[in-house]
Design a protein around this ligand. Structure first.
Ligand SMILES: C[S@@+](CC[C@H](N)C(=O)[O-])C[C@H]1O[C@@H](n2cnc3c(N)ncnc32)[C@H](O)[C@@H]1O
Length: 312
């Protein structure tokens, strides 16, 4: 049984149903996410792009001066990383760039982009899960590692499971290795709610793609008109949470699973968490997992930050 099918069955059988957000990203999901990044309401990409446009040189000044490897977890199409890569090449840093993304499709798009933007870059993409790829890189010869984790991807981990991710990351790094973390700040809840429920419905379509993908790839029989998209924000945990809610009592058959899944009316499938972090949250997280926060950069509206952490 594929990991995908296994995860779908596990999620739809859980008491609180869920679908893992990593499966948003097939060819259609990649395209929808690229559209989300251009939306007025989705300030995150604009803010991080501004940080890199203004501070790429200062960020690169923190990177190792000897030969190193740069790995990017969940690299996407590289729209923002481009500015860092260009600055690093201009600073004559000696590095290999390894974009890691579970979507082979987006890595193809990225590879074509990099050929246009930075043809001289030494690069090798890895279409794998974050840690499968990172473990492989960590085993390579002893060059220092700089790990990029941008776009507030860390927000996809809930408050109660980010430690599992951080412990894996920390174990994959050696003292002196760097972690460049781009992360959304806590702010006016209405601004956050709008970012994940835009007026054109692109984010809703992105979430619905998780049902469409089950229909396409696993022979699912989800009738999308029998679900609605809903999102919420909890200012205490900083968690924005997205759901697809069953409008009626229904059973949905999935051919590859050879079984039906029952939904009560108003029963929810949790589809995505996008957690926001305050300064103290990040300080605690860094300390708990053996990192020192070296420096941070923010955008002109103070919505978002990129921090450089050093493994102790
Ligand atoms: C929200 S997009 C962000 C892309 C990029 N970092 C940016 O800031 O624009 C998340 C990306 O991470 C990838 N991804 C999500 N979960 C992953 C996982 N567990 N392992 C590898 N890639 C993953 C997705 O395929 C997608 O391209």
């Amino acid at each position: 049984m594929s990991d995908y099918l296994n995860d779908v069955i596990k999620g739809l059988k859980a008491k609180d149903k869920y679908l893992l957000s990593r499966y948003f990203y097939d060819d259609i999901g990649d395209g929808l996410f690229q559209e989300i990044m251009t939306l007025d309401e989705y300030y995150l990409s604009r803010a991080e792009k501004e940080i890199f446009e203004n501070h790429a040189e200062a960020i690169c000044a923190e990177f190792p001066q000897q030969a190193f490897r740069m790995a990017e977890l969940g690299a996407g199409d590289g729209t923002k990383t481009r500015f860092l890569l260009q600055a690093a090449l201009e600073a004559k840093l000696d590095f290999h760039y390894h974009p890691i993304d579970i979507s082979a499709n987006v890595l193809d798009i990225l590879s074509a982009n990099l050929k246009k933007w930075v043809p001289e870059l030494k690069t090798e993409g890895l279409a794998q899960e974050y840690f499968e790829a990172l473990r492989g890189l960590a085993k390579m010869e002893g060059k220092p590692l700089v790990v990029l984790f941008l776009g507030s991807n860390i927000g996809n981990f809930r408050r109660d499971n980010v430690d599992v991710f951080m412990a894996e990351l920390s174990n994959s790094l050696r003292p002196g290795d760097l972690f460049l973390l781009g992360v959304d700040k806590k702010k006016d809840p209405n601004r956050i709610l709008a970012a994940y429920n835009d007026s054109r419905g692109v984010t809703a379509a992105f979430n619905f793609n998780s049902l469409r993908r089950i229909n396409r790839e696993l022979g699912g029989s989800f009738d999308l008109s029998k679900f609605k998209f809903y999102n919420s924000y909890d200012p205490h945990s900083g968690e924005s949470r997205s759901f697809l809610i069953s409008l009626v009592k229904q059973d949905v058959y999935i051919e590859a699973a050879k079984q039906s899944f029952h939904f009560e009316a108003h029963e929810a499938i949790h589809t995505e968490t996008s957690r926001k972090y305050g300064s103290a949250d990040l300080k605690d997280l860094a300390q708990k997992h053996g990192f020192k926060i070296r420096t941070e950069f923010t955008d002109s509206e103070n919505l978002y930050r990129d921090q450089i952490w050093e493994k102790l």
